[in-house]
Write a protein that binds this ligand. Structure first.
Ligand SMILES: Cc1cc2nc3c(=O)[nH]c(=O)nc-3n(C[C@H](O)[C@H](O)[C@H](O)COP(=O)(O)OP(=O)(O)OC[C@H]3O[C@@H](n4cnc5c(N)ncnc54)[C@H](O)[C@@H]3O)c2cc1C
Ligand SMILES: NC(=O)c1ccc[n+]([C@@H]2O[C@H](COP(=O)([O-])OP(=O)(O)OC[C@H]3O[C@@H](n4cnc5c(N)ncnc54)[C@H](O)[C@@H]3O)[C@@H](O)[C@H]2O)c1
Length: 475
């Protein structure tokens, strides 16, 4: 019988790596198993890092194109996608140092490469070798979900796993699905010079975000030349030489359109089949993620799951947060529950779209009686100076406190954290209104929205009468 390790972690992405580094440094006997030849997972190799690096190059192309608006004379050249992707690779390589297997071995973690599958609830096999553990953490992530479009398999479509290997800028790019992946990459490729058509089956892009702000973002993308086709399904696909013909089905009308490349960005499926969940007696939810309780224990209490394979939020910061919950429960043996009340998320378009706390959909579903405080970016001095005035802050207020914030603005992903702290710490809105914010910053939008909320009360007839009365009475 092979020795029994304290902790066996399957998956070397963010969720697995955070758990492994803490468990190893605390002196546990830890094995970390990754099926790819390198650690880092989707975020580093095919997700956050390459996408944000590409978005940066696209932003530079956009700024050069707009240079005349700022009084700078430049002649925009063509984008060299090969050079852009070389930079993407260089950035991945630089960040990869943090995920060097030797770094983890230095923490006492036994790093193994190969695909792990459960043989029973205490044993996994990797390349024919059996590894036994007292506890397990499954952190196997997710992969692109490809919709059952007739003919799609005959088209050499791209996903997030292949698009960052492209070297030639496609003249005509179809992006199917307008979640964060589709919307971010649609804008980036349009800015680099592709003619992009963003195809969304639902009535609007980014369906999990505030509809008023997604409508503003949609207008902004249209203004940059992205063709946005909502309520549109791809009815069929076929190859035509090096190109692909998609039949776009919009209500009753059908239209055949030719594209040089097709990116599929229609959601994710959890990587759970390869681990042979049945052999360990693990239960899956209907969407294919592992069923976990609020301490992230699966149906087998000694097996935990974190990140995209567990849900409910497929974000890197969520995998990291959940790893912290598992460290508490499985390593320190301190019962700790995951709390998803204040989860920030950001779509890195330009302007960025950020959300934290309750959306209106969630607040309506909870039957909350809330008020709104909003402020347009076009009235923020710094935004005017920057020439970036598309956007708005929308706050949901309940009992004088912020319960949700949605922000469309440049750097919204940075600004949203002030509001995340206010929601987490239940800071009264009047404190935000009274706090000194440096001028001129985009972050002033929070103070302005809060101030706007109190303005009708401050300048009411009653307050004006009171002020006049005080000023007559007092010397
Ligand atoms: C294009 C794109 C952009 C994104 N941008 C952002 C962003 O800006 N911000 C953000 O927060 N999130 C972003 N995400 C989401 C983010 O990448 C994921 O939420 C995150 O990577 C999840 O981490 P994880 O540890 O759960 O899984 P992963 O990072 O996917 O790691 C899972 C690992 O498990 C391995 N594995 C799978 N099965 C087995 C097996 N049987 N045996 C051994 N190893 C196995 C895989 O090879 C992989 O390395 C983006 C995703 C995509 C696709
Ligand atoms: N900035 C970020 O944090 C970031 C960036 C990228 C990805 N991610 C994570 O990865 C997850 C997956 O992203 P995603 O954008 O692939 O998925 P998603 O599930 O968020 O969005 C998919 C979109 O595709 C549409 N769709 C589905 N099937 C379709 C079809 N056949 N034709 C046309 N449209 C169709 C859906 O209506 C939806 O709007 C996200 O939910 C997010 O959590 C995060």
């Amino acid at each position: 019988m092979p020795e029994e390790h304290d902790l066996v972690i399957i998956g070397g992405g963010v969720g697995g790596l955070v758990t492994a580094s803490v468990a190893g440094q605390l002196g546990l006997d830890v094995v970390l198993i990754e099926r790819e030849p390198a650690l880092g997972g989707d975020c580093l190799h095919y997700g956050c890092v390459p996408s944000k690096t590409l978005i940066r190059s696209a932003g530079v192309a956009h700024t050069v194109r707009r240079a005349g608006d700022f009084g700078i004379d430049t002649s925009p050249g063509a984008s060299d996608l090969g050079a852009v992707m070389d930079r993407v690779k260089a950035v991945i390589a630089r960040i990869q140092h943090h995920d060097d297997p030797d770094r983890f071995r230095g923490y006492g973690v036994d790093v193994r490469f190969g695909e792990a599958a459960f043989q029973d609830a205490h044993t996994v096999t990797i390349k024919g070798e059996r590894i036994r553990g007292r506890r397990f953490v499954i952190a196997t992530g997710s992969r692109p979900a490809v919709p059952p479009i007739p003919g799609i398999e005959s088209v050499p479509y791209l996903t997030n796993e292949t698009i960052f290997s492209e070297r030639q800028l496609p003249a005509r790019l179809a992006v199917v699905g307008s979640g964060p992946i589709g919307t971010e990459l649609a804008q980036a490729f349009a800015r680099l010079g592709s003619r992009v058509t963003l195809i969304e089956a639902g009535p609007r892009l980014l369906p999990k975000d505030d509809p008023v702000l997604t409508a503003q973002l949609q207008e902004h993308l249209l203004g940059e030349g992205v063709e946005v086709r909502v309520n549109t399904r791809v009815a069929s696909a076929e190859t035509a030489g090096d190109a692909a013909v998609l039949e776009l089905d919009h209500d009753t009308a059908c239209e055949a359109r030719t594209f040089d490349r097709v990116l599929i960005a229609t959601g994710r499926v959890a990587n759970t089949e390869s681990i042979n969940p049945q052999a360990a007696g693990l239960t899956l939810d209907r969407d294919g993620t592992l069923e976990v309780d609020n301490r992230l224990r699966t149906s087998q209490r000694h097996i935990y799951a974190v990140g995209d394979c567990a849900g409910p939020y497929p974000f890197t910061h969520m995998a990291e947060y959940q790893a912290g919950i598992v460290i508490s429960n499985a390593i320190f043996r301190l019962p700790r529950k995951a709390n998803y009340a204040v989860v920030p998320w950001v779509t890195y378009t330009d302007p960025e779209l950020a959300q934290v706390g309750m959306t209106t959909t969630a607040a309506d579903a909870a039957g909350l009686d809330y008020e709104r405080a909003t402020f347009p970016l076009a009235d923020v001095d710094r935004a005017i100076a920057e020439g970036e005035t598309t956007g708005e802050l929308r706050l949901l207020i309940h009992n004088g406190r912020i319960i949700g914030a949605s922000l469309l603005a440049p750097h919204a992903g940075e600004i949203i954290h002030e509001l995340a702290l206010a929601i987490t710490e239940r800071v009264p809105l009047r404190r935000l209104a009274g706090m000194i914010h440096a001028y001129p910053t985009l972050a002033q939008i929070g103070k302005r929205a809060a101030g706007g909320y109190y303005a009708p009360k401050l300048f009411s007839a009653r307050t004006r009468r009171l002020v006049r009365w005080i000023n007559r009475l007092l010397p």
